[in-house]
Design a protein around this ligand. Structure first.
Ligand code: FAD
Length: 385
């Protein structure tokens, strides 16, 4: 990794090594531009490595975000092959609990013949047979998307960043906070915390949930909110295999793909009970490479940066709902963490041109892993130096 010597001048400097920043740096170096990626931690430690690692075009409504999700899937497939790290095509399964939910999913499978994002309706019996631990009393059917992907995000970003920094025209400057970015007449100057400066033609700021260090005023006037999510790891003493990633029926009343479809079918499914709604609880159960179960999540929205403190009540609500969906699991919590992302409430992305040479990108919400690479490719493709 080129952490020793750095030039003073670059074509592009990217600040923030999460999914948005890492992929902007990757595509900038692919265009042959001398690139510097600056990250506060040794490797990214925030939302991009605290998530489920789900790459799920199935959750995106047809249109620009679905296209970005499909483009991202191709990018991950190519990169994981090159890097030699696992990418699981485990698929995702959205469960139905009520008969109305099962009818809706069946109708969706019948009408939505999307060859790029195929889906199959499974009846109650088929659903139960498809996984180790689903509760027959809970499931009335499911919609299965076989092409959805999953990876270990911590491993992926470590390997990707090492690889681009070692083998390409991209330098990586870890453990470094960028404290200011100034536009001059012919270039931009980035200052880091130890006082050193670096120049570039273009600077791209992908600072995730840190809206306070660089250009805090730019975010105030816009529709950006924070969202804190709680996650759990639960043990798997009997080494059971889930098969696919599994979402609760709450997804059908949360995700735009399903909300749009409900609108088109002229139906309105009932949402979850008020306590779950209040904490934005939406159950996902997935499995990591070590066969441990990852269970989440909740969504607490705020206009101010939230504390990383976790709520025992929220954890209990998540576990209690998951207990209805699954049998044969012991629900022993072996780890817990929270993650924070920002969300732009109207466009689903905060993307601002700050002067001629600086771009700010954040606010991608809960779809950053699924759509970030495709978005970065598109954005760098439109950039000229
Ligand atoms: C618990 C959880 C589960 C999720 N699950 C999924 C999922 O399964 N699928 C999916 O598609 N999405 C998921 N998401 C959403 C996804 O993780 C986010 O959309 C995405 O990670 C946001 O990426 P980012 O690059 O904008 O921000 P971040 O990942 O927060 O990265 C920003 C980076 O910038 C660095 N930084 C900030 N300021 C500076 C500075 N001044 N100088 C240097 N470095 C700086 C930070 O250290 C950080 O590494 C989940 C999110 C969470 C929290």
């Amino acid at each position: 990794m080129s952490t020793q010597t750095y030039q003073r001048k670059y074509d592009v400097i990217v600040i923030g090594g999460g999914v948005l920043g890492a992929f902007h740096a990757y595509f900038a170096m692919q265009r042959g531009w001398k690139t510097l990626l600056i990250e506060r931690d040794i490797f990214p430690q925030q939302a991009s490595v605290r998530n489920f690692g789900l790459i799920i075009p199935s959750a995106m409504p047809p249109g620009i975000w679905r296209d970005r999700a499909l483009a991202s899937s191709e990018i991950y497939e190519e990169l994981t092959r090159q890097l030699g790290i696992p990418l699981r095509q485990a698929g995702t399964q959205y469960l139905a609990h009520t008969e109305a939910e099962a009818d809706f999913l069946k109708q969706l499978a019948d009408t939505q013949q999307d060859t790029l994002c195929p889906a199959k309706f499974l009846n109650a019996e088929e659903t139960i047979r498809s996984s180790c631990c689903l509760n027959p009393e809970f499931c009335t059917g499911s919609l299965f998307f076989p092409q959805d992907l999953q990876l270990d995000p911590g491993q992926f970003f470590r390997e990707l960043i090492n690889w681009i920094a070692c083998t390409s025209d991209c330098d990586y400057l870890p453990k470094t906070t960028a404290v200011s970015v100034r536009e001059r007449s012919s270039h931009c100057q980035v200052k880091i915390a130890d006082g050193r400066t670096f120049d570039a033609q273009q600077v791209i700021v992908c600072s995730g949930a840190d809206l306070q260090t660089l250009f805090p005023e730019a975010y105030i006037e816009r529709n950006v909110q924070y969202c804190k999510l709680q996650m759990l790891k639960i043990s798997n003493p009997e080494n059971r295999t889930l098969g696919t990633s599994i979402a609760s029926p709450i997804a059908l009343t949360r995700y735009p793909a399903f909300l749009n479809a409900q609108f088109l079918q002229g139906i309105n499914l009932a949402g979850p009970e008020p306590t779950l709604q209040e904490h934005g609880i939406q159950i996902w159960m997935t499995q990591n490479q070590d066969n441990e179960f990852i269970l989440g999540d909740s969504h607490a929205y705020s206009v101010d940066p939230p504390p990383e403190r976790m709520s025992a009540e929220v954890e209990e609500l998540i576990i209690n709902y998951a207990r209805k969906m699954f049998v044969k699991l012991d629900f022993q919590v072996t780890d817990r963490w929270c993650g924070i992302y920002t969300e732009e409430k109207s466009a689903g992305l905060f993307h601002k041109q700050q002067g001629e040479r600086i771009q700010l990108l954040t606010g991608i919400g809960g779809k950053g892993m699924t759509t970030g690479p495709g978005l970065a490719k598109e954005n760098i493709g439109q950039l000229s130096l």
